[in-house]
Unconditional design. Structure first.
Length: 1195
């Protein structure tokens, strides 16, 4: 599981929506570089603590046009913070003012905070002039300080106030431990003031519905009592209640998340953006089982849609809407809130102390139709004759309000922001003085009760239906623009960013142009993407009209980010491309890099990862050593991109650099994400212990800090470790917990990844049907969600499982589908893996031609991925197949490429590089001499390289060519081996020599030559003895100097050449791998024997010479006898019985990839080990150890 971070704008692999500089409020820090270092660092840390993003430009870091750089930095920032002391700063030759003053001038459209350190020794006169100008402007927050501690305290308070007042974000400092407003309490108090009919039958029905379903929608006509029902239900069940009226996404998510958090005895958090609030809410939902009540859904469908996209886990939600037809809720159970029946109608009037004659009572019931809101109006003002419907009643109430009260209500309903008493007083007196004091205004508002309700310090219209009526009336009378104009002027005065842009736009005021960028940013922070889109589209129209290319490019870049957040990736790419094209024409190098980096993330999503890597590499050169934050983000993204195409070495290096940078920056989020990527990379690179260390560290951090997503990443890595430790059950347990976390958090892609990984753990346990079901499920999820990488991975593993189950045609089909995707992505490692699986299926089907092509192509792609061992294996396999097809030129090409990869894997010295360049990169005519040249290269690197694969293919070539030439080539090879033999010969030489002897044949070796070869070998190698008895027996004696020394004898009971060759080969393998064998023995117990005798005989000779009737399966090349003698007594020799057709079964020139010799060696290995430890050789653990040992030695 891996994660990515993006630079500007927005997981085998996890993709996490990580908070990035563009998704958080960005604060630009300005000061001279020569002083105030401690203060700058303190301010930077304070910004990070508040989950915001610090932006700072180190003057001197970029001698090439620094103004262009800090101008771009400022334009990406939301808030300017100036810290001044004594120095004015450096004035470049091309400027008349310092960079410090220029940064201040360029920030004129930003919110500004200025802090001035006391300077008892005086200041630079130019700085004094600048400070005097700041004081004279009168609209800038500036304060003095003495110490960095004092500065931080002042700054945090100012910043939180600015975020709340200007950006409209719900924020607070954690150390304040604020008491959260409880909307349910406010609603309950409001309900207590009014006559309430407790409709217990409806409450009980709703509770019953909630027992069946976790989500329910209440719908009903305007005024049917939905809000009061929610209030009654909430009070009874201690629910969390919020209305979506006049709320942003950030406010709604933050409110619910913090109320859920408080119920777990945790402190509320400041969540200063929609993304921060979303992540916190999703995590809190995963850890709670509360009832949440969402009112006025039809008033805010954008927020409602986002809420519906959350995973509720064990929580329940009731939505209330007036519209039955709202499309969002088509699949959700609905509950119709009916109007009062006649009994409820009479009871409500009785509670309200209203008594009417029977005729009037019936007349009122007919007019009201039992609508609770109509009846509430009636309890407040009895209108005779009765209004015919609710709309008419509202019209009468409106007309009876004073013009000043109507004015107040219009301001409330038209305002983007909630208004308090002071706001309303200022607004109604903005044209002329109508109320002399605030108290007089307050009395007017109170007289409009209950039309106007007070919630905390702010006012709202008591019912959305009445608000709709007022807005419709204003539109009909063409006065809406008038109110928006006054509200815009007031918002400008109050420095409210989003309301300013909103009201200027709604009033068609051309002054809106200079507020559109900041307005779009504020809307984005709130999660109001549609409004942000509207602002930016308007800004682009203005820039086109004015010929402002720079402004157009900037606006289009911001619009691209908005579209990405909305999931409109093609729109995002279009806007980014246009923006980039304009900035290229303007030669704005800083912006060019910014947009290229951002756009590269879309390339990753679309599978063009190599292009993304190239962009990030260029960006890294641009920012390295100049901007630590950007460099860290780029390194993390680059590491993620490398991982996507299985370039794990490069991914590790980039992730390590990102980790180091984030550690210096004290950015916990970046540290964790780097750590996850590091863990995955080191595991892929084979460092199991380090991956385990990282995984456990990640899990510990996640548990301590309650970060379930991080824990899922740790569990994922732990599962990989457990699979490598051959503990698939433990891996399964870790993955099942990981999947539960992912399902709780709604991380669908990570869930998909881990379902695939679970399939692998099940496959390790040979639960093939269960594994296939897991891959099928993952494939469906990947296709539904367009997770391209995971779709390919599921297809590839389905190919593997089908091959294991023997359904090779299906396996090939799945493999081809996976390849189509991997070729598009450019993931060389996975292409190599998919081709390898397909080659196995073709081999099983007997289609050696397609198998050879697949193995060869697999080797090529593994080589491109730097996976040398896998490349070597596949090239060797391909060469064997090409030799069996008599295509010797292609076989030799694969052999030479295998050697090339072997060298690349083992050494990086100059001699090796020179040799590598001499290997053919295309098919050449081949001869035995060419093979001998390659063998000589191997022998020069005998301690580094295993060349068993090479020898299999060389011998296959010798057998397939004319016998005379083949004999000469083989003898030349053996002569090379013998010349290199000595007491210290490496296991690589002895293993390869063993294979050469086992794979030769009577036509290549006469009996005399075989005898001479045996003598030569025994004379060259210490502790290895050979003698030929007068009775014809050939005996090999091997002295194994173990902890408890032991003598092994291998005796040939048959005269067949193959028996003698096997004895010689097994003796060589025993002596060359004695330490590995002893290690296996000691893992199971102690060495309890001093000798072991293995007697090799053909099956036919067991009958003719030994009167033994042996049952040997036709599918097995050999078998060994067991012993019924109790341990502790002298044991009989072990007979290794060879199939009469062994010579043809084991022949790689005819049967490439056969494992006949592996089986023979496994039989001897398990027999020897079990003999030494006095255990049954059928132990499953021993069989596994024997298989692994033998495949490593021979293949």
């Amino acid at each position: 599981m891996f994660v990515k971070q993006v630079i500007i704008g927005k997981n085998m692999i996890e993709r996490i929506n990580i908070r990035t500089p563009d998704q958080r409020v960005r604060v630009f820090i300005s000061s001279t570089i020569t002083e105030l270092k401690e203060e700058r660092e303190a301010i930077k840390n304070a910004i990070i603590d508040l989950k915001l993003h610090p932006v700072f430009f180190e003057v001197g870091a970029r001698p090439d046009n620094p103004q262009e750089v800090y101008r771009a930095y400022l334009e990406q920032s939301h808030i300017y913070v100036g810290i001044f002391w004594k120095s004015y700063g450096w004035i470049s030759p091309k400027m008349t003012i310092s960079g410090l003053e220029d940064e201040f001038n360029l920030s004129s459209q930003k919110k500004r905070l200025v802090y001035i350190k006391e300077a008892t020794e005086g200041r630079d006169p130019n700085l004094e002039k600048l400070l005097q100008r700041i004081r004279n402007e009168g609209n800038i927050c500036y304060k003095s300080f003495k110490t960095s501690e004092e500065l931080v305290e002042i700054f945090k308070n100012d910043l939180m106030q600015l975020l709340s007042e200007s950006f409209g974000l719900d924020t607070f400092q954690q150390q304040d431990r604020p008491v959260l407003q409880n909307n349910l309490d406010v609603l309950s108090k409001e309900m207590d003031k009014k006559p309430i009919l407790k409709r217990e039958n409806l409450i009980n029905q709703i509770k019953e519905k909630l027992n069946q379903k976790k989500v329910l929608v209440l719908y009903g006509d305007p005024g049917s009592g939905k809000t009061y029902l929610l209030g009654l239900l909430g009070s009874e069940l201690n629910a969390i209640y919020i209305s979506l009226r006049n709320k942003t996404t950030q406010q709604v998510f933050s409110y619910i998340a913090n109320h859920l958090s408080v119920r777990r005895n945790r402190n509320p958090e400041s969540l200063p953006s929609e993304n921060e609030a979303y992540a916190a809410l999703q995590q809190e939902l995963a850890n709670n089982s509360e009832l949440i009540l969402i009112d006025d859904v039809d008033q805010n469908p954008i927020v409602a849609k986002l809420l519906l996209g959350l995973d509720l886990f064990n929580c329940s939600v009731v939505y209330a809407t007036r519209s039955k037809e709202i499309k969002l809720f088509q699949q959700i159970p609905k509950f119709d809130v009916e109007l009062f029946n006649y009994d409820e109608f009479r009871l409500f009037l009785e509670i309200s102390n209203i008594k009417l004659p029977p005729g009037k009572l019936q007349e009122l019931h007919t007019a009201s139709q039992g609508n609770p809101l109509y009846l509430y109006y009636f309890t407040q003002k009895q209108v005779i004759p009765y209004p015919s419907n609710l709309a008419e009643y509202q019209s009468i109430i409106w007309q009876e309000l004073s013009p000043l009260q109507q004015e107040i209500i219009n301001f409330i309903v038209h305002s983007y922001s909630l208004l308090n008493t002071l706001d309303i007083h200022a607004l109604i007196n903005s044209q002329q003085c109508v109320t002399s004091t605030v108290m007089e205004t307050k009395k007017l508002i109170d007289l409009a009760s209950p039309i106007i309700n007070q919630t905390g310090q702010y006012y709202e219209i008591f019912h959305p239906y009445f608000k709709d009526y007022v807005l419709e009336t204003a539109d009909k009378n063409n006065i809406s623009i008038h109110y928006h104009q006054i509200l815009s002027e007031y918002a400008i005065k109050k420095q409210w960013i989003l309301p300013t842009a909103f009201h200027l736009l709604r009033s068609n005021n051309p002054n809106v142009e200079k507020y559109l960028i900041e307005g779009s940013t504020a809307a984005s922070l709130h999660g109001d993407w549609i409004l942000a889109e509207e602002f930016l589209q308007c800004k682009i129209r203005y820039t086109l009209d004015n010929g402002d290319n720079y402004g157009e490019a900037h606006a289009r870049y911001l619009l691209a980010q908005v579209y990405q957040e909305m999931g409109k990736y093609q729109y995002a790419k279009r806007e980014a491309d246009i923006s980039l094209e304009i900035f290229v024409k303007l030669n704005e190098s800083e912006w060019i890099e910014i947009i290229r980096i951002w756009s590269s993330l879309i390339f990753i999503e679309e599978g063009d990862i190599e292009k993304a890597i190239s962009i990030h590499q260029n960006a890294l050169e641009f920012y390295k050593g100049k901007d630590m934050f950007k460099e860290a983000f780029i390194q993390l993204n680059l590491g993620y991109a490398y991982i996507q195409v299985s370039r794990f070495t490069e991914g590790f290096k980039a992730s390590q650099r990102a980790f180091d940078l984030f550690t210096k920056l004290n950015d916990e989020s970046g540290i964790y994400k780097s750590l996850v990527n590091l863990a995955g990379c080191v595991g892929e690179l084979g460092d199991n212990e380090l991956q385990k260390k990282y995984a456990l560290e990640i899990i510990e951090i996640a548990n301590t800090k309650n970060l379930p997503r991080l824990k899922a990443a740790g569990l994922n890595n732990l599962a990989v470790v457990k699979r490598r430790e051959e503990d698939p059950e433990a891996a399964q347990n870790a993955l099942e917990e990981c999947i539960r976390i992912c399902q709780k958090l709604g991380i669908t892609e990570t869930e998909t990844i881990n379902i695939i990984n679970l399939g692998n753990a099940l496959r390790d346990q040979h639960k093939y049907d269960d594994a296939e079901r897991a891959y099928d499920e993952a494939l469906i999820k990947a296709k539904e969600n367009k997770f391209l990488n995971q779709e390919a991975r599921a297809l590839m593993l389905l190919s593997r499982i089908k091959q294991l189950k023997g359904f090779n045609e299906e396996a090939i089909k799945f493999g081809k589908d996976a390849l189509n995707i991997y070729y598009k992505i450019g993931d060389y490692l996975q292409i190599g893996s998919a081709l390898n699986y397909m080659a196995r299926s073709y081999t099983d089907l007997g289609d050696y031609l397609e198998a050879a092509k697949s193995n060869e192509n697999s080797g090529i792609h593994y080589g491109k991925a730097g996976q040398w061992d896998d490349a070597v294996y596949n090239f060797d396999q391909a060469a064997s197949l090409w030799n069996s097809l008599a295509q010797f030129d292609r076989a030799f090409y694969c052999v030479s490429q295998s050697l090339k990869c072997n060298f690349l894997s083992a050494s990086d010295n100059c001699e090796t590089e020179y040799l590598i360049e001499s290997f053919p990169d295309e098919y050449d005519k081949v001869s035995g001499e060419e093979y001998l040249k390659l063998l000589q290269l191997f022998l020069k690197q005998e301690t580094l390289l295993s060349f068993t694969g090479f020898m299999y293919n060389y011998l296959a070539y010798c057998k397939r060519t004319k016998y005379r030439n083949g004999t000469n080539y083989l003898k030349s090879a053996l002569s090379l081996f013998i010349s290199e033999l000595k007491d210290t010969s490496s296991s690589n030489i002895l293993n390869s020599l063993a294979i050469s002897i086992e794979q030769s044949c009577d036509e290549l070796f006469s009996v005399y030559e075989l005898e001479e070869l045996a003598k030569n070998i025994s004379h060259k190698i210490d502790h290895l003895h050979y003698r030929s008895h007068h009775d014809g027996k050939k005996i090999w004696t091997i002295g194994l100097d173990w902890k408890q020394p032991i003598i092994v004898q291998i005796i040939c009971l048959s005269d067949d050449s193959i028996v003698q060759r096997l004895a010689m080969s097994l003796s060589l393998i025993l002596i060359s791998n004695k330490d590995h064998i002893q290690k296996t023995i000691l893992e199971f117990g102690e060495i309890q024997e001093k000798g072991f005798s293995l007697q090799i005989i053909t099956r036919s000779d067991t009958v003719q010479n030994c009167n033994m009737e042996v049952s040997l399966s036709e599918g097995l090349p050999a078998s060994a006898t067991g012993s019924n003698v109790p341990w502790g007594q002298q044991q009989p020799p072990t007979f290794l019985i060879i199939h009469d057709d062994y010579e043809s079964i084991t022949d790689w020139s005819e049967h490439p990839k056969n494992k006949a010799f592996v089986w023979v060696l496994m039989t001897m290995h398990s027999s020897l080990v079990s003999h030494c430890i006095h255990q049954n050789r059928d132990m499953s653990d021993l069989a596994k150890k024997s298989r692994i040992f033998c495949e490593k030695v021979l293949l």
